[in-house]
Design a protein. Structure first.
Length: 374
């Protein structure tokens, strides 16, 4: 509203009104009677009366030529409400009157057009900012997607090269076949795991991947994976040291997903562990019923500033870190898989004696209920 508004008594002459309008350079004056606004005298009204009665207009009272009935609004009214009032009553001005009957200002069509213009400018600015933000997010998403595909293709290529190298050794010396067969099996399984991981990350993120929970002995789930990875461990003279405080513990989970979590974490540990060291595989049932699994190696310590990014999808600017610490798509999958069990996963670095890294995940006793409440 405009606060440049003046009032005149109903008995004031049009000459007084004209002087008031000219002195304050306003387009109208509000007419009051007994302290109550009853009408408006505008410049247009003055011009009309002067044209009709050039000699006697100045002595006419404001009451005789004012526009009425008067429609008013309050200082708290919304701009949209004021605009609707102007349109509904077919008027161009709307005095603003307080609860005590005092004249606080006036709202005109020009004021509303100005407010609408400012609103449109603000909307355009917000829209431009929003479009820029969404465009940036889409570009970043596309970049990450491209990085993800590059990483997966790179890992698959490495495992195919390992399989090709094994086959060449068998071709050169068939007696090596028996020793290399476990390595070939692990290689093909790892390629399949990478492909499934890429697909399942999208399914888990979208929330439409059904989990098949059932109760399984931990030993029957863990021991085959450890036996399979012993082949890879031997190539670096590593020792896998499974330790379980409850060897016959029953765990309720989706066995397929948990097996792949174990496979990813053990692969990372073998990749990071220095030759001739040990990899710890520790598991226990806690008092609160959760089942805790820890896989630790004595490789390099992960810097503190890197830890918060470990479980995110692979990023191109992390290429050197991924090469050194051995993480990527697999850890993103591990986090999603454990969270969909209602569990948690964390990294401990340094792990032991000021060195190494361990990944620890915990599965709740009732994953269906925990997953729903998380």
């Amino acid at each position: 509203m405009s606060s440049r508004v003046q009032g005149v008594p109903a008995s004031a002459t049009l000459h007084d009104v004209a002087r008031l309008v000219a002195r304050h350079r306003i387009s109208c004056a509000v007419v009051f009677d007994d302290g109550r606004p009853i009408g408006i005298v505008s410049e247009r009204d003055l011009v009309r009366v002067v044209a009709e009665d050039p000699a006697g207009w100045a002595a006419l009272p404001a009451r005789a030529v004012m526009t009425h009935p008067l429609h008013v609004t309050t200082p708290d009214s919304a701009v949209t409400d004021a605009s609707a009032d102007l349109e509904r009553h077919g008027i161009r001005r709307l005095p603003v009157v307080t609860g005590d009957g005092e004249l606080a200002g006036i709202v005109t069509q020009t004021d509303l057009l100005h407010a609408a213009h400012l609103g449109l400018q603000e909307y355009a600015t917000d829209l431009e900012r929003l479009v820029a933000e969404r465009t940036s997010e889409l570009r970043e998403s596309e970049r990450r997607r491209s990085d993800l595909v590059d990483l997966t293709a790179h890992d698959i290529k490495n495992w195919i090269h390992a399989a090709d190298a094994s086959l060449e050794l068998v071709a050169e010396d068939p007696t090596e076949a028996a020793d290399l067969l476990p390595l070939l099996r692990h290689t093909t399984k790892r390629i399949g795991n990478l492909v499934h991981t890429l697909l399942d990350i999208h399914r888990l993120e979208s929330g439409w991947m059904p989990l098949r929970f059932r109760e399984v002995p931990w030993s029957t789930l863990c021991e085959p994976i450890v036996a399979e990875l012993q082949v890879m461990a031997r190539t670096k003279s590593l020792s896998l040291l499974p330790r379980s405080r409850q060897t016959q513990a029953i765990v309720r989970c989706d066995p397929g997903l948990v097996e792949r979590v174990m496979l990813n974490l053990l692969d990372n540990a073998i990749h990071a562990a220095p030759e001739g060291t040990a990899i710890d595989i520790d598991s226990e049932r806690r008092r609160d019923g959760t089942f805790r699994v820890l896989i630790g190696n004595r490789g390099p310590v992960i810097p503190a500033h890197v830890v918060p990014t470990l479980f995110g999808k692979y990023r191109q600017d992390d290429a050197q870190q991924a090469k050194r610490y051995g993480w990527g798509l697999g850890l993103s999958f591990c986090k999603l898989a454990v969270q969909h069990h209602g569990g948690s996963i964390q990294v401990l670095s340094p792990y032991v004696d000021g060195e190494g890294t361990a990944f620890e995940f915990a599965l709740p006793p009732d994953p269906e209920r925990s997953a729903l409440s998380s």
